[in-house]
Design a protein around this ligand. Structure first.
Ligand SMILES: [Zn+2]
Length: 238
């Protein structure tokens, strides 16, 4: 009996919540139709998907693999300064909308599967420094990684990588500055060293800009004996 009651009451709650807070596009605030997830169809159409034959993708992959620590690179979209993806990312990072992160992660997970990389050993999100974590409350990459894990079936491992020192925001720094800013800024938690040795890791970021953070994390994973690191990002900045 009870088993029948629970789903009915949770779907009723959902309907009530939708009446009080009708679902809207997280980018343009247009009303969403049943079946739409985080954004309306016209915003989603305006987000450019990544094609691995594009120069922008190849250039980003070459940057990531400068130190030959990244075996492959999967990204879903291009991040443009005035595109709808910017509003979605902003709500994910600063508005506490973790559901956007999971939805992004699911799309990224599909790309990873299409690339034949779904059978990796673990999904590891890029870490935030603890002080930024306290300030913001959560790490957006962790929610993206959760979506990736749900689609690929590779287990999510949080807390594997940690920042060894606080690094200032990357935003105002140029390419060289970013590289110096994050050099050797990451290490593995001692109890995770064993877990990573000989494994293939899906390393998850939100937006890849110069790739310096991703490279630094991939280096730390290799020093711990990872067999391969696959860089995965929701978007490539252009
Ligand atoms: Zn919209």
């Amino acid at each position: 009996m009870h088993a029948d009651i629970r789903p009915v009451s949770s779907s009723l709650l959902r309907i009530c919540a939708d009446v009080v807070f009708p679902p809207v596009c997280h980018s343009c605030n247009a009303s969403l139709l049943p079946g739409d997830s985080i954004a309306c169809p016209s915003c989603l159409r305006a987000i450019l998907p990544v094609d691995e034959w594009d120069d922008a993708y190849r250039e980003a992959f070459a940057n990531l693999n400068e130190e030959r620590t990244v075996a492959d690179f999967v990204a879903a979209w291009y991040f443009e300064r005035d595109g709808p993806l910017r509003a979605l990312m902003h709500r994910l990072k600063y508005g506490g909308m973790s559901s956007i992160g999971v939805a992004f992660g699911r799309v990224l997970g599909e790309r990873i599967r299409e690339a034949g990389l779904g059978g990796s050993d673990m999904v590891v999100p890029l870490p935030l420094h603890t002080s930024r974590m306290r300030e913001r409350g959560y790490n957006q990459c962790e929610h993206i990684a959760r979506g990736v894990s749900a689609v690929t079936g590779s287990p999510l491992r949080t807390g594997v990588l940690r920042r060894t020192r606080f690094t200032p925001s990357q935003t105002p720094l140029g390419h060289g500055g970013r590289r110096e800013n994050v050099r050797d800024a990451f290490a593995l938690s001692p109890h995770d060293l064993q877990a990573v040795a000989g494994r293939t890791v899906l390393l998850v970021d939100d937006v890849v800009t110069t790739g310096a953070t991703m490279r630094s994390c991939a280096g730390a994973l290799h020093r711990a004996g990872a067999r391969a690191v696959i860089a995965c990002a929701v978007a490539i900045a252009r």
